[in-house]
Design a protein around this ligand. Sequence first.
Ligand code: NAD
Length: 262
Amino acid sequence: MKYAVIDRGDTLSQSLAEQFHQLAKERGFIRNDEMPDIVVSIGGDGTLLQAFHRYFEQVADVSFVGIHTGHLGFYADWQANELHELVTMMAEQTPQIVRYPLAEIQVETPEHCFKYLALNEFTLKGVDATLVVQINVNDELFEMFRGDGIVISTPSGSTAYNKSVGGAIVHPYIESLQIAEIASINNRVYRTLGSSLLLPAHHHCDIISKKEQRLLLTIDHLSIQRSDIHSIRCSVGTKKVSFARYRPLPFWKRVRDAFIDI
Ligand code: NAD
């Protein structure tokens, strides 16, 4: 098995990464940072997002495993004290590969077209003023949005930023994109749907900037500022992200453990 490790950079995560390399060597795993089969992320959900973006071009060929060194994570579900158990299972078991949908965006500027994939979500906000954009669904005008921003999340990202803005939690087996509003302006002049909506895999939405405005686009933990974005096409990605499961981890149990069972 070819593997790579991405750690958060703090002392505990770095020390666990060293222990992992030692145990992996004893088991005959091959360290290969360029073309791994399995990427082990040690830190938190943010570390797994970093690992995903480090390997997103090979997303069809790699599986991720997350070890958390802080509080329980959504993607990082192994605890630091379970490192030996994890390595043993990696050596002795064939994992179940669980595939989750991703979100894809195509950003159009007068000069270029950029494509990005997100594991959690994209967000769009105005930098200097209220965000003003037209939203089309399947090439038909849906609404004119005015407000703080828009969150476009994947099902596995629905428990992250999307949840904070009142979006629904979506099981990752439902191939969809969720569009949620951040503080939209609704009055006698401006009107938006006011609730989040779920697009199925074969639908798309376009966010069209009708005026020159500086926009802040975030892609998971990454952010970009541009004044020349004309439109952003959003759809469920054609590729999925794979997680290697060495023991069952029901999604609803994770939701309960993270948000209810305190
Ligand atoms: P961070 O360190 O501020 O992490 C934010 C929190 O989000 C952490 O507690 C992390 O465990 C949690 N998180 C990440 N992915 C999750 C998921 N799929 N389900 C449930 N919780 C999840 O920032 P970061 O490490 O750079 O992570 C970036 C993520 O932070 C973004 O993808 C976004 O979802 C989230 N975020 C949330 C808010 C908000 O809730 N208001 C604001 C900004 C960013």
